[in-house]
Design a protein around this ligand. Structure first.
Ligand code: PNW
Length: 492
C-alpha cells in the first residue's frame, strides 16, 4: 500500500518559496527593438539546420511587450517569486557600451513584480552572449569573464536595491559543452579544448561577478544555478561501468561543483582531461575567486542516467519507437549517441525503459531526492549554502480541447512526483528552501524551437493568447496552501 507521503497531502516548511522560471531569449522576442543587438543565439538560429523548423527568438512569447499581463498571470498563480534572466545583448549590445533602453525594460519588469508582491530572482546569464563578444573569441577567451563581471556590476547598479536574489550563470555545463564541444547549442563550435576553456572562463566570470557584487552589497543574496544528473552505473558490479559513471558525474556535476564550493578541480577529472590544456588556463588566484562564498545553490534537475562503458544494443530495454540506442530519441537528438562532454569515449547512456517525456528524457523523481541529499552533505552544508530547485518540469504535447482548455495530467503528475521527492530530501536533512517550475509558459526550447512545450501556461503562438493549463491551476493551489493535495490518482 502507498505510504501517506507518497500519495497523501504533503506540507512544505514555512517560508518555502514557490516560483516559476523563464529565460530572456526563450520568451522576450523584440529581437531588434530597444537597441538590442544579436546574441550568439540570434546568429545560431540563422545557420540552416541548426534549430528545428528554422525557428528563432525574434518574437517568441512577445514578453517584452506583454510583461505586465504576464506578471498579472503570475499573481493569479499565487507565485512568491519569479526567476527570469536579463539579456546581456539587450543591456550591452556591442559588448562594451551600456544601452539605457535595455536596462529600463528590466527596471519596469522588476517594478511590476514588486507591485504584484512577487520576489524578483534574477539570472545574469542564460546563454545569450552578445555576438560581438563571440566574435572576439567568446567564452574560450579569458577576457569574456571580465566583460561578464562588468555587465554584472552594471545590472546591480541599476537594480541592486530591488532584486532579491542574484544568480550569475544558468547551467554553465550547457554553455560550455553543448555550445563549444558538441555544437548542439550556440555558438555551435565543436572542440573539446574550447569547451573546457569555456567552462573555466564561465566559472571565472561567476567568481569575478560574485566577488564584485559582494563588495558592492555585502548583504546581497548571491548564487549560481547548475544542471545536474544522477549517474548510476548500469552494472554496479562491473568496474568499467562504475568508472564510466564516475566520469559522467565528474564532467556533468563535479567539474563545476568542486571549484565553486571546494575551491579546487576534482583530481580525477584533471587527470582525465590532462591532454586538453585545462590546467594551463587556470591562473594563480582563479580558484580563490571561483570559490567566493555563495548564499544559494540553484539546482536544475530533469533526469538522471544509467551509464555504461558499453553501448546499449538496439532494442535492449528501450520501448520500440521511443528511444534508440543510448536512450536518444531520433527527433530530439541533442546528444546523438555520444556524450557531449569533452572526454566522451566509453560513456554510454542506456535506456532503462522508464516512461519518457516529449524530450525523450526518462522520468526519475527519486533521483532528485538522492541528488539534493548528496548536495547538502557534500557541498552546500559544509559551506552554509541554501539549496533551491531552480528548474524542474516536463515537455509534453498539449491536447487543446474544443473550449481552449488544456488538461495536462501528465505534466501535473510529473511536478507532483518531483515535489514529493523534494519533500523526501528535506525530511532527510537537505536544506531546500524553494522550487521553481520550468516553465511559466511554453517558449522557445533552444535547438528544438517551439516544438516542445514546458509551460504551466499554454501559449498560442499565432495569437499570443495565454491559457493556464490544468497543471498551472493545480500549481496555484499548491503555492497558496504551501502544500500538495492528495495525489490526483489517490483522489478517486
Ligand atoms: C535547461 N541536456 O536546458 C535550460 O535551463 C532551459 O532553458 C531549458 O528550456 C530547459 O532546461 C529544458 O530543456 C537544458 O541536454 C538543455 O542535458 C539540455 C540539457 C539540460 C538542460
Amino acid at each position: 500500500a502507498p505510504t501517506p507521503s507518497s500519495s497523501g497531502p504533503v506540507a512544505f516548511p514555512d517560508g518555502f518559496l514557490w516560483g516559476t522560471a523563464t529565460a530572456a531569449y526563450q520568451i522576450e522576442g523584440a529581437g531588434a527593438e530597444g537597441g538590442r543587438r544579436d546574441s550568439i543565439w540570434d546568429a545560431f538560429c540563422r545557420i540552416p539546420g541548426a534549430v528545428r523548423d528554422g525557428d528563432d527568438g525574434m518574437v517568441a512569447c512577445d514578453h517584452y511587450h506583454r510583461y505586465r499581463d504576464d506578471v498579472a498571470l503570475m499573481k493569479g498563480l499565487n507565485l512568491d517569486t519569479y526567476r527570469f534572466s536579463t539579456s546581456w545583448a539587450r543591456v550591452v549590445p556591442d559588448g562594451r557600451t551600456v544601452n539605457r533602453e535595455g536596462l529600463d525594460f528590466y527596471s519596469r519588469l522588476v517594478d511590476e513584480l514588486l507591485g504584484a508582491g512577487i520576489l524578483p530572482w534574477l539570472t545574469l546569464y542564460h546563454w545569450d552572449l552578445p555576438q560581438a563578444l563571440e566574435e572576439r573569441g567568446g567564452w574560450p577567451e579569458r577576457d569574456t569573464a571580465y566583460r561578464f563581471a562588468d555587465y554584472a556590476v552594471t545590472m546591480h547598479e541599476a537594480l541592486g536595491d530591488r532584486v532579491g536574489v542574484w544568480t550569475t550563470l544558468n547551467e554553465p555545463w550547457c554553455s560550455a559543452f553543448l555550445g563549444y564541444t558538441s555544437g548542439a547549442h550556440a555558438p555551435g563550435r565543436k572542440s573539446p579544448e574550447a569547451g573546457l576553456a569555456a567552462a573555466h572562463h564561465l566559472m571565472l566570470g561567476h567568481g569575478l561577478a560574485t566577488s564584485a557584487l559582494r563588495e558592492l552589497a555585502p548583504e546581497a543574496t548571491l548564487g549560481i544555478t547548475l544542471n545536474f544528473t544522477v549517474s548510476d552505473p548500469v552494472d554496479p558490479t562491473d568496474p568499467a561501468d562504475v568508472d564510466a559513471a564516475r566520469r559522467d558525474d565528474g564532467m556533468f556535476n563535479r567539474i563545476f561543483l568542486d571549484p565553486i564550493l571546494r575551491g579546487a578541480y576534482p583530481a580525477d577529472i584533471l587527470d582525465d582531461v590532462a591532454h586538453l590544456g585545462l590546467a594551463d588556463l587556470v591562473l594563480p588566484g582563479d580558484l580563490e575567486l571561483i570559490s567566493t562564498p555563495i548564499d544559494v545553490l540553484g539546482v536544475n534537475y530533469y533526469n538522471g542516467g544509467a551509464v555504461s562503458a558499453r553501448p546499449q544494443h538496439a532494442g535492449g530495454g528501450a520501448p520500440e519507437g521511443t528511444a534508440g540506442p543510448d536512450g536518444a530519441r531520433e527527433d530530439t537528438v541533442l546528444w546523438e549517441t555520444r556524450s557531449p562532454n569533452p572526454v566522451p569515449d566509453g560513456i554510454h547512456h542506456h535506456s532503462r525503459g522508464l516512461p519518457t517525456t516529449d524530450m525523450g528524457w526518462e522520468v526519475q523523481p527519486e533521483g532528485l531526492t538522492r541528488l539534493l541529499v548528496r548536495l547538502q552533505q557534500d557541498y552546500a552544508g559544509p559551506r552554509d549554502t541554501a539549496l533551491f530547485v531552480t528548474e524542474n518540469g516536463a515537455a509534453y504535447p498539449d491536447a487543446v480541447q474544443a473550449d481552449g482548455s488544456v488538461d495536462d495530467q501528465d505534466r501535473l503528475e510529473f511536478v507532483d512526483a518531483h515535489l514529493r521527492a523534494v519533500k523526501d530530501a528535506i525530511d532527510a536533512g537537505a536544506d531546500v528552501r524553494g522550487y521553481f517550475a520550468w516553465s511559466l509558459m511554453d517558449n522557445f526550447e533552444w535547438a528544438l524551437g517551439y516544438a516542445k512545450r514546458f509551460g504551466l501556461v499554454h501559449v498560442d503562438y499565432g495569437t499570443q493568447e495565454r491559457t493556464v493549463k490544468a497543471s498551472g491551476r493545480w500549481y496555484a493551489g499548491v503555492a497558496r496552501d504551501n502544500a500538495l493535495p492528495a495525489r490526483p490518482a489517490a483522489r478517486e
